[in-house]
Write a protein that binds this ligand. Structure first.
Ligand SMILES: *Cc1c(COP(=O)(O)O)cnc(C)c1O
Length: 362
């Protein structure tokens, strides 16, 4: 018998969420096409299954792992594939050409590598502009050199301008970055395609989508906003992490729970020990009080999360006991809530799902 832990992946929810992104953008005069962002093994959901589930709907797939992009092609994916970090080595340029991968170009050495590769065809690229995220991309001061390199090169095909928002989910919003983008874009023909919007921008600033939007977290049913639930955005959870109660302990007042004894019972307490720990991907930093679902009812974790187990409070759930079903996050308990309690984001919970957790598609 395997441990009772299991991640269930609802592929119809994934397709539903993709259509939510598409619908958000449908009112524009020229609706943006929608990359399905499937980097990091489709945010921990499994790249082959996510790509298969979206194969007949997605306009394209965006990721950043070269081997994974090649695997998509080998699996028969015909749509455009975008490499969000471009390439790292000169040899990768040939792979891009061979497999029809579009690299994001964010520094001039990459343009030189393309020129040096002497490809038999012109390579389409996304040119990344740094509009204030300050992670990747060309600054205004670097653009004259970029224009010179592009003019001198016969190796570059269709060019799309891209940038990435730092605070589309709140804070300063997107206008300040749009202003910088507009100034930088002026050096290219008016009809040059543009790609800017992540999930937060698609949902809150759909006018920024332009030609190609890049939703990630929303496809997996996570909300990009701290204060807006995924359900209210019509997003459905794709991953549900299930387990079971594997043991029950009754402890008296003052007894402590788990490593470090970080939780002390204030009342006679009935503990459920859940077959799930940080080696399964549950965040070790989740404090006592993190929400958890036992037999369909809400409860809270108690004490420190250990490698293979965690404890939760069954005191007010007398009907729960050994073998009661537990949901760590997903259906019935938004990953965003668990993540917030643990001081992180659902992105990190999904991506951290451990290899040892069996996955079933539903
Ligand atoms: C990951 C990523 C996205 C998707 O972001 P979400 O917040 O998950 O929607 C979009 N664009 C780029 C460049 C990315 O790296």
């Amino acid at each position: 018998m395997p441990r009772p832990i299991q991640a269930r992946i609802d592929l119809s929810a994934l397709r539903h969420n993709y259509h939510v992104a598409r619908r958000r953008l449908a009112t524009a005069p020229r609706p943006a096409k929608v990359w399905a962002v499937v980097k990091a093994d489709a945010y921990g959901h499994g790249l082959p299954r996510a790509a298969t589930a979206l194969a007949d709907v997605a306009d394209g797939f965006a990721l950043l792992e070269l081997e994974a992009a090649v695997a998509l092609r080998d699996a028969g994916i015909r749509q455009p594939i975008l490499l969000l970090e471009g390439f790292f080595e000169p040899d990768d340029v040939t792979v891009c050409a061979q497999y029809g991968l579009i690299p994001c170009i964010h520094r001039s050495e990459q343009l030189q590598m393309i020129r040096a590769a002497a490809l038999p065809l012109r390579l389409p690229i996304y040119l990344k502009l740094n509009t204030g995220m300050n992670r990747l991309g060309f600054t205004p001061a670097q653009l004259p050199a970029v224009h010179r390199e592009l003019a001198a090169s016969t190796a570059i095909g269709a060019l799309t301008l891209m940038a990435h928002f730092a605070e589309a989910d709140g804070g300063r919003g997107v206008d300040w970055q749009l202003e910088r983008f507009a100034a930088m874009r002026a050096g290219w023909p008016e009809d040059t395609p543009v790609s800017l919007a992540n999930s937060a921008a698609i949902l809150h600033h759909p006018h920024t989508a332009h030609d190609w939007a890049r939703p990630g977290i929303m496809l997996y049913g996570g909300s990009p906003f701290a204060d807006i639930s995924a359900a209210s955005l019509d997003l459905k959870p794709v991953m549900t992490l299930h387990s079971k109660i594997m043991a029950v302990q009754e402890i008296g007042v003052g007894e402590r729970v788990g490593y470090g004894g970080t939780f002390a019972a204030q009342r006679p307490t009935r503990l459920g020990i859940v077959a799930c720990g940080y080696a399964d991907g549950y965040p070790r930093h989740a404090p006592s009080g993190t929400p958890i679902l036992v037999a369909g009812r809400r409860s809270a974790t108690l004490g420190r999360v250990s490698m293979d187990m965690l404890a939760c409070d069954l005191t007010d759930l007398p009907e729960a006991g050994v073998d009661s079903p537990v949901v760590l996050w997903g259906e019935g308990l938004p990953a965003d809530e668990v993540a917030a309690a643990a001081g992180t984001v659902s992105y990190e919970l999904f991506c951290a799902l451990a290899r040892r957790v069996p996955v079933v598609e539903v």
